[in-house]
Design a protein around this ligand. Structure first.
Ligand code: ADP
Ligand code: MG
Length: 249
């Protein structure tokens, strides 16, 4: 595994560069000959059939799985430091009967004070500030298990934005979210990207929003099959083969 920081290649605008990446789990090769670039401030959508290796790729970028090849970061202004990565995992489930509130969830992640003692005034103010980034102040006292798919994604997004990352990674944030909620969430990601000047890398099965929001789409199936502007990738032969003639698995 080689992880390093680079200051050249594609200039200061390239924030994540992946070269000849491969991931093996046991004897199975999950990813091979994987190359891609994410430029600073871009929203990049990773698409592909189930089992294509999308989540595995995100885990490699997060350093959660071993890999061969190069994953290189470049963050303007903090050249020698690993960039901060915010991560929203794929569909975590919470028991509807669980008494844990949104405030408790933040307290567990952000404070050493035991959650059963309740939130200090200062911490409550901090949590409200975090939730305001996703226009979710009204969710603070709701139980996590009762949130709608879209509300839960906004809460997880608020958690991933504290502290503010350089790169935000989301694994299928639109799954379990209704059509209206998808638009709200994508508008919010677009706003967050511009407000905080960060790059977003997300996986999705929803292709309808790509043209409007994504700068780049990367189609993968164990390796990169197509990468470029949304329209180009969605009309590519590789896309047709996987999602139409091939049935999309
Ligand atoms: P996607 O997110 O595109 O649906 P994944 O990255 O979850 O795909 O999985 C890609 C392949 O890797 C699948 O065949 C899956 O079974 C396999 N895989 C993922 N994680 C593991 C693991 N921890 N152990 C064994 N196989 C795994
Ligand atoms: Mg996945």
């Amino acid at each position: 595994m080689k992880l390093f920081f680079h200051g050249g290649g594609c200039g200061d605008v390239c924030c994540l560069r992946v070269q000849n990446l491969s991931v093996k789990i046991g004897s199975e090769t999950i990813l091979h000959d994987f190359n891609m670039h994410v430029h600073c401030g871009e929203l990049v959508a990773l698409i592909g059939p189930n089992g294509a290796g999308k989540s595995t790729f995100l885990k490699a970028v997060l350093g959660q799985v071993d890999y061969d090849g190069v994953i290189a970061f470049s963050s303007p202004g903090q050249r020698d430091r690993r960039p901060r990565i915010g991560y929203v995992p794929q569909s975590p489930t919470f028991d509807p009967g669980d008494p844990v509130s949104v405030a408790d969830l933040f307290a567990c992640c952000m404070s050493k004070r035991p959650a059963f003692l309740g939130l200090s005034k200062t911490m409550r103010k901090t949590v409200l500030e975090c939730l305001s980034r996703v226009h979710g102040e009204d969710l603070i006292d709701k139980r996590v298990g009762t949130l709608s798919g879209g509300e839960l994604q906004r809460v997880l997004l608020a958690l991933a934005l504290e502290p503010l990352p350089n790169i935000l990674i989301l694994d299928e944030p639109l799954s379990g979210v209704d059509v209206e909620g998808m638009g709200v969430l994508m508008d919010m990601l677009d706003e967050i990207r511009k407000t905080y000047d960060l790059s977003i890398l997300m996986t999705t099965h929803d292709f309808s929003n790509l043209g409007r929001y994504a700068d780049q789409v990367v189609l993968i199936d164990r390796t990169v099959l197509a990468q470029g502007k949304p329209d180009d990738v969605l009309s590519s032969e590789a896309f047709q083969k996987i999602f139409h003639r091939g049935g999309g698995k």
